[in-house]
Design a protein around this ligand. Structure first.
Ligand SMILES: Cc1ncc(COP(=O)(O)O)c(C=O)c1O
Length: 417
């Protein structure tokens, strides 16, 4: 396997990092794609791909059930990956880490398995105006099913939460669950989750954190955040698609009903009664995403080898640079908080040009950005736009790629503005 190119604690050497990513080998007119859509899904390093491949080649069998060597190796690899997720999140126990398809499924698990049995009329389910639909719709749906009241913490004009509204929200009923993202996928806003968790607990509520957009870029520590549940997706953090994880406090997971039922998650099955397996298996019905989980573990190793502080600093520099460059363009409106209070995500619009047309023109120059509502329609409503353009950065993004974005925007303005 290739070695990780950059050691922890050093400034990120972006050119060495880029050597790990095969997608950059494909050149158009001598240049690789400027991939500025990592918030949707990140590209993959060789180290992760090689680990998944080796698992398929040398250790593949169904896990937990077999007594033969291959099955034991596969089980060890899967459980090793679970331990890596635990360590990544500084979670107290590996049995609190549940492998699922993605962050959306993880949040649905909590909404269904906890929400349906713990919510009712007079209860408040609190999300934010900034949420990704994955942490909005499940709560809205479960609130409707149970008769609970669904409320949003509103945003200020910077796209930051108006915490001064919390008391007024709490006056409307019994706060039972607060569900918020740690980092916004649209604006890059970093939410004060630790403060919200303290507020939730003061009201006897649980705190659910969507860390899908945070875990790829910064240290996420469930104990420091003080939350009860936290969801992540591997595909946004150099891992494969098809696997994510839910961390939850054991005492809550133990008290909840399962979400999906069937094979693997049972203790015993009879005609009269079926009983559930121990954590984490109680929530892992069916064959696990085995190779994907192993890839997830390798992605975590890779990112930790680079160092989350170095990654965060690098992205912060890119975001600050991009915001400065966009501010030079009077025909561009950028949304969201100042660079020092956001992750490496920049949303903007070009005056008079639909975001899809902007993205299309940039694609002619092999600059890949996202255009749309970014699964944040309540936020778009607040911004008063149907859609925005979004450039999102990761450890392999360079300042030169931000320059390519800005050069492309000048072309957009000339052609369509
Ligand atoms: C903040 C946030 N939450 C949740 C999700 C959903 O992730 P997944 O599609 O992997 O379930 C995303 C994906 O864009 C996201 O950005």
């Amino acid at each position: 396997m290739s070695e990780v190119a950059v050691s922890a604690q050093t400034k990120l050497d972006v050119e060495r990092v880029r050597a790990d990513f095969p997608f950059l080998d494909e050149l158009t007119n001598g240049t690789p794609v400027a991939f500025l859509d990592s918030a949707a899904s990140s590209q993959k390093p060789r180290q992760m791909l090689e680990t998944m491949n080796a698992f398929y080649e040398t250790s593949y069998a169904n896990v937990h059930r077999g007594v033969y060597r291959l099955a034991e190796r596969a089980t060890e690899a899967l459980e090793g990956a679970r331990e890596k997720v635990r360590a990544l999140l500084n979670a107290p126990a590996t049995r609190e880490v549940i492998f699922l398809r993605n962050a959306t499924e993880a949040i649905n698990l909590v909404a269904y398995a906890w929400g349906l049995n713990n919510l009712g009329p007079g209860d408040l389910v609190v999300v934010t105006e900034l949420e990704h639909h994955s942490n909005f719709v499940p709560w809205q749906y479960v609130a409707r099913r149970t008769g609970a009241t669904f409320r949003m913490i509103p945003l200020d004009d910077n796209g930051e939460l108006r915490l001064e509204e919390l008391d007024a929200i709490a006056d409307e009923g019994q706060v039972k669950v607060v569900a918020t993202g740690l980092v916004s996928n649209s604006l890059g806003t970093i939410n004060p989750v630790d403060r919200l968790a303290a507020w939730a607990h003061d009201h006897g509520a649980i705190m659910v954190v969507d860390a899908a957009q945070a875990a790829p870029h910064r240290v996420v520590d469930v104990r420091a955040l003080g939350c009860d549940f936290l969801a992540i997706s591997a595909h946004k953090m150099c891992g494969p698609s098809g696997v994510g994880a839910l961390w939850g406090k054991a005492e809550l997971l133990e008290r909840m009903e399962p979400f999906l039922v069937g094979g693997h998650m049972i203790r015993s099955v009879g005609v009269e009664e079926t009983t559930w397996g121990e954590l984490p298996h109680k929530y892992e019905a069916g064959t696990a995403p085995m190779a994907e989980a192993v890839g997830f573990g390798a992605a975590i190793d890779y990112l930790q080898g680079i160092g989350f502080e170095a990654i965060e600093r690098h992205e912060h520099e890119l975001a600050a640079y991009a915001l400065d460059r966009l501010a030079e363009l009077p025909w561009v409106t950028a949304y969201g908080p100042p660079a020092d209070r956001r992750a490496g995500i920049v949303s903007f619009n070009v005056e008079g040009v639909h975001p899809h047309d902007v993205a299309q023109v940039l694609d002619f120059d092999n600059v890949a950005i996202r255009a749309g509502h970014h699964c944040c329609q309540p936020l778009m409503h607040k911004l008063g736009v149907p859609a925005t353009n979004r450039a999102s950065f990761y450890l392999y993004t360079t300042i030169a790629e931000v320059d390519r974005l800005v050069a492309g925007l000048h072309k957009v303005k000339e052609a369509l503005g």
